[in-house]
Design a protein around this ligand. Structure first.
Ligand code: CS2
Ligand code: MN
Length: 358
């Protein structure tokens, strides 16, 4: 297992590489050029500059999260050809600089969705991301976008990049005629085009699940259960067509048995990387993000780490979102302290599992 940390680059992260390096056991980053719009080519110069900075801090960057997929590819529009070509060039360029895994998602319009980005946890005064379908009430997609952007403390949030949302109304309209099977057809077209490139240059694509793990606003969503992912890995049968299993995203639905899902895809060699975090169920389609510790939420992090250990022991993982604690303020979900605590805890579980299995 390689422990990594998400970092947005020196111009848009308030956390420094030095701070990340000081977290025990941190091998490197899940990095990103966060200023690149979906569909753009990531040039060699841009990648080199980023990698030089990361390496100078004594860290690696073998995973990129995310190279976003242009909406025209998901919708299957004729303009997708150029965006796919750009995506292939980006894969090649990243591979030249040591990138092994590229995280992405195939969710229409929205990446993750929350109704509150800083819900107070009354027991201890910390706050975390929170979702309550009932709170969505009459809120339409436009309103939730406005809310989210207003409440992100001035940071751009992954999945909520302004350029993806500028044509929101037209896009939402177009999706009305796309069924889940239709979306899968467009997905297959994309994979058939890019996976041979990945195989050539030793890169694994890792699809992130829908979050929350059910459809929202009537949009087709096809990545929130084991069954969905079985279909995805079969769309193009190659070890380069893999998954980024996110325990918190999948775990937002209590029916998803996370350790079993990890074991299933781990045995198939289809896990490119994992996000490991905990969630606390508060009712039907209502949850908040919890501290990583198993007893703080409803997921069993020991069983999760054990499943990783048993089926994909060399995989990249990162603590995913954390709460805001100790008076920290920053990008919602992406503070330093709670994610560092998460990493330390997961490393501790790992050490114990390793030693006990000898
Ligand atoms: C991330 C996702 O912050 C998050 O919730 O786990 O935004 C993830 O990076 C994307 O879905 C991957 O494309
Ligand atoms: Mn995630």
């Amino acid at each position: 297992m390689k422990m990594t940390f998400r970092w947005y680059g020196s111009n848009s992260d308030n956390i420094s590489l030095r701070q990340i390096k000081q977290i025990p056991g941190m091998s490197g980053l899940m990095g990103v050029l966060d200023y690149k719009a979906a569909g753009e080519v990531w040039t060699e110069e841009e990648i080199r500059a980023y990698m030089d900075e990361v390496h100078a801090a004594g860290l690696e960057c073998e995973v990129i999260e995310s190279v976003n997929v242009h909406e025209d590819i998901k919708m299957g529009l004729p303009s997708r050809e150029q965006y796919i070509e750009n995506y292939r060039l980006t894969i090649r360029n990243l591979a030249k600089y040591g990138v092994k895994v590229i995280v992405y998602n195939f969710m229409p319009v929205f990446d993750w969705l929350r109704t509150d980005l800083a819900r107070l946890i009354p027991e201890d005064g910390s706050n975390s991301l929170y979702f309550d379908e009932a709170e969505l009430g009459d809120m339409g997609p436009m309103e939730i976008v406005r809310n989210t952007i207003e409440n992100c403390n001035g940071f751009t949030l992954p999945g909520w990049e302004p350029e993806r949302l500028s044509e929101l109304e037209t896009t939402l309209e177009r999706y009305k005629s796309i069924t889940p099977d239709g979306l899968r057809t467009n997905y297959k077209y994309f994979l058939d085009a890019i996976i041979p490139t990945c195989e050539e240059c030793g890169v694994v694509m890792a699809c992130h699940p829908d979050d929350p793990a059910w459809p929202i606003f009537g949009l087709p969503r096809i990545a929130h259960s084991q069954e969905d992912f079985d279909k995805i890995v079969q769309l193009h049968d190659s070890p380069s067509n893999a998954l980024c299993l996110c325990t918190g995203s999948l775990g937002s639905h209590p029916d998803n048995d996370i350790p079993a899902i990890i074991r299933h895809f781990g045995q198939l060699n289809r896990i490119g990387c994992l996000h490991v975090r905990n969630v606390k169920y508060l009712g039907h389609r209502k949850f908040r993000e919890a501290a990583h510790l198993s007893s703080a939420g409803d997921l069993d992090l020991f069983e999760i780490m054990k499943a990783i250990h048993d089926t994909c022991p060399n995989v990249y993982i990162r603590p995913d979102h954390g709460r805001m604690i100790w008076g920290e303020s920053g990008r919602p979900g992406y503070g330093l302290y709670d994610r560092a605590l998460g990493a330390a805890y997961l490393n501790g579980l790992w050490e114990a599992i390793e030693k006990m299995s000898k």
